[in-house]
Ligand binder design. Structure first.
Ligand SMILES: [Zn+2]
Length: 314
């Protein structure tokens, strides 16, 4: 802790457990509950941040209106799965997804107002696979993409970096900003894993060339490999970009033992990546970081890695 304001804010809420993905689904309410109960134990060290429901206009900062309406209708029609892809839904999923986005925007506001320096938002459903017009991969609305555009439109920021270390490539986030030079999307992910995108040669399109950085990692590789890729490529690219705000798509499914991931990171890997992100933000972005939960499907491993991440944000 520094002598000034609280450094780290954390948002979590039992309400996210209303998003019911069905029996045996890896992105489960149980997974979330284990994480939430662990985060509760952090109370003396952090500030707990409130949430809110994102306005429809805010959802439309990164999504097509017809896709927003489709989500609303599919939920109202009691569909089990979003018709655009592999995202299980239940009767409260539309509302919960809007709450998840709203919490991330609220955290961005808290950081911009200087109430906290950094924040971690434990929300669900996750977001980074959702494109402007398609939900997939357990995702409905792309919270991080919406937040990047919110920071630009509501807070007048110029350059926002998105660091995505979920084991899966964030195809949705890349797609939304693929032609955008002012949002740098950087992904460390398992090569060849779902959804199959994120090749090292994919560097953006048109005016956005160079503002997409993909670092696919070999299946079975350990955290040292990821950290070396960071130091060799990610760190210098982010340094050149000079972001005014850093968003993190913080999946913890690259952790050893995750049922959906094939990498072998440990908690220390997440600590060291977090410290690199914090150092980058301190150098260019007045320390401003908002980190958002994406994947992580071994409940105990998720809780352990996320706690290590939050503690390293101080
Ligand atoms: Zn993932």
């Amino acid at each position: 802790m520094t002598g000034e304001k609280a450094v780290v804010g954390v948002h979590y809420e039992a309400g996210y457990e209303r998003h019911d993905t069905g029996r045996g689904h890896p992105e489960s309410a149980v997974r979330y509950r284990v994480l939430r109960e662990a985060l509760t134990g952090l109370a003396p060290e952090i500030v707990r941040l409130p949430g809110r429901v994102a306005m429809v206009e805010e959802i439309l900062l990164a999504h097509e209106a017809h896709y927003h309406d489709l989500v609303y209708r599919d939920v109202e029609d009691f569909a089990d799965v979003l018709r655009t892809g592999d995202t299980a839904i239940s009767i409260e999923s539309y509302e919960v997804a809007r709450e998840a986005t709203g919490a991330v925007l609220e955290a961005a506001d808290a950081v911009m107002r200087g109430e906290v320096r950094r924040a971690f938002c434990a929300v669900r459903p996750p977001g980074h696979h959702a494109t402007a017009d398609r939900g997939m991969g357990f995702c409905i609305f792309n919270h991080v993409a919406i937040a990047a555009n919110y920071l630009r439109t509501q807070h007048g920021l110029g350059r926002v970096a998105i660091v995505d270390w979920d084991v899966h490539h964030g195809n949705g986030t890349e797609d939304i900003f693929v032609e955008d030079a002012e949002v740098l999307y950087l992904s460390l992910h398992e090569s060849g894993s779902y959804p199959g995108s994120g090749g090292a040669g994919d560097r953006g399109r048109g005016t956005g060339i160079g503002a997409t950085v993909n670092l696919p990692l070999s299946r079975g590789s350990c955290g040292e490999i990821a950290l070396a890729a960071w130091d060799e490529t990610a760190g210098p690219a982010l340094d050149r970009f000079q972001p005014e705000f850093v968003l993190v798509s913080a999946g913890f499914d690259a952790r050893q033992g995750d049922p959906l991931g094939g990498l072998h990171w440990d908690d220390e890997t997440f600590v060291r990546l977090t410290r690199r992100v914090v150092a980058l933000a301190e150098k260019h972005a007045a320390g401003r970081v908002v980190s958002v939960l994406e994947g992580g499907y071994d409940p105990t491993g998720l809780a352990s890695a996320a706690m290590a991440h939050v503690r390293a944000m101080r």
